[in-house]
Write a protein that binds this ligand. Structure first.
Ligand code: LLP
Length: 429
């Protein structure tokens, strides 16, 4: 018998998977599959661990949760109750943020390719706008002169778990380069913007601390130039998110202690050396706060053996979890009712979509799987549901939250009617 090593909130009780104290089998029976199950406690723990680590080396810290990772209103509300602020990237996310109880002064908007009507909506709502281009700044100033403004900097260096997730450096569409940054602040200052921040986000899924050391160093040198050449003070300096999490059992954890002692300390020392006062240090994590707070339950429909491969056909595909198909991402999979059985077989775990790329896991070692077995896909709380779709006309999955020993539905499973609700059939007369 093999005992699988599981970490909080997962537990092995006599070979059966429990999540935050709940039998996942019972959850699947009650709510059906595919089902996202979230742990409130895990989100709270992640937030508190991060906040405490940052505070150890600098007093003025704010965590802006990157809503794009998971925009479920209850998730937003949980983080708001913890004291989080919010980073948003679309008017839709701002709407979600306001709907979940965030006040505009706690919302930052970091868009790209933003339309004029969107700028108007954001300015009217009173959220802090972080401009991504000279064009966006010029258009914003014609619509409204905000009290507070931030500029997204490309520190000329990025990092990330996949090319698609590197958001700075020479290939990146994001942010302004150093000389343009100086000009942008000069223009904003002449237009009588009163309060300022500065921002960067170098990428996503970064497990090492070194990229942050390099990028923060560059960002602060640019902030110093702006301060000296344009004569403005920064209320906040936002160093972005991107803190990685372990997906594979052998992956290391993001070293928060090291991040704080190296990056936060560097920040503290440089703002002092450069005479930048005591700006707030903003960070913008999405994945770190929510990723390991959720699993996806999916039922085995078919087991198919071909001359070359063994397929497990499940009821969740890339319509439900896109990351494996989009980035080749690895998500650990457990056979929820066979935790004590050894991994005897090698399977491809395939979804129900009519695409060959609809594979959640390739050549994965698992116990012998039978039809009706329940699989749990781990670490899906970030960019799981939020990237899901109705592709192949499949209604989106349901979400359930575990809170203080109770399971609470936080998103209804979509119904067939939801597939047609926004369409109009135009019949020929
Ligand atoms: N701030 C900005 C401006 C961002 O663009 C992002 C993510 C974040 C913060 C948060 O990054 P995080 O801490 O979650 O790594 N769909 C991809 C990730 C794309 C992230 C895009 N930007 C994935 O599933 O890996």
């Amino acid at each position: 018998m093999v005992k699988k090593k599981l970490s909080d909130p997962l537990e092995n009780r006599k070979g059966a998977l429990f999540f935050d104290g709940f039998s996942v089998k019972e959850l699947a029976e009650k709510y059906d599959t595919p089902l996202y199950v979230l742990s409130e406690k895990r989100i709270q723990d992640n937030y508190n661990r991060l906040y405490t680590a940052l505070l150890n080396n600098y007093k003025y810290v704010r965590i802006y949760y990157a809503a794009k990772a998971n925009t479920n209103l209850t998730v937003l509300r949980i983080l708001q109750s913890q004291g989080a602020y919010l980073d948003t990237v679309s008017p839709g996310e701002v709407f979600m943020a306001l709907s979940s109880g965030f006040t505009p002064d706690r919302i930052l908007f970091t868009g790209v390719s933003v339309r004029n009507d969107e700028l108007k909506m954001l300015a009217d709502a009173g959220v802090t706008i972080n401009v991504d281009s000279q064009s966006e700044l010029d258009r914003l100033l014609k619509i409204a002169v905000p009290h507070i403004l931030s500029v997204r900097v490309n520190p000329e260096f990025g990092a990330g778990h996949h090319d698609h997730c590197i958001t700075a450096g020479p290939e990146s569409k994001f942010g302004l380069w150093e000389e343009e940054v100086i000009q942008a602040y000069a223009i904003a200052e002449r237009a009588r913007v009163e309060r300022f921040g500065i921002h960067m986000h170098i990428g996503s899924g970064i497990l090492d601390v070194e990229p942050y050391v390099k990028a923060v160093d560059k960002l602060l040198r640019i902030a110093k130039r702006v301060h000296e050449e344009v004569g403005i003070n920064f209320e906040f300096i936002d160093i972005g998110g991107g803190f990685g999490v372990p997906y594979k059992p052998e992956d290391k954890e993001f070293d928060l202690k090291l991040f704080s002692s190296k990056v936060v300390k560097l920040f503290k020392n440089k703002v002092k050396d450069y005479g930048l006062g005591k700006p707030f240090l903003f960070v913008e994590p999405g994945r770190y706060l929510v990723c390991d707070s959720s699993i996806l339950l999916t039922t085995v429909n078919t087991v198919k053996v071909t001359p070359s491969r063994k397929f497990i056909g499940v009821d969740a595909g890339f319509n439900t979890l896109l990351r494996p198909t989009m980035y080749g991402s690895y998500h650990q999979i457990l056979v929820a009712n066979k935790l004590d059985e050894s991994d005897k077989e090698t399977y491809d775990v395939a979804g129900p979509l009519c695409e060959s790329g609809d594979i959640l896991a390739k050549e994965r070692k698992l116990p012998t799987v039978e039809e009706g077995d329940l699989l749990a896909v781990l670490n899906v709380g970030a960019y799981g549901f939020s990237m899901s779709s109705q592709y192949n006309s499949r209604p989106r999955a349901a979400e359930v939250l575990i809170r203080q020993g109770k399971s609470i539905p936080i998103r209804n499973r979509e119904q067939l009617g939801d597939l047609v609700s926004s369409q109009k059939v135009q019949c020929e007369s």
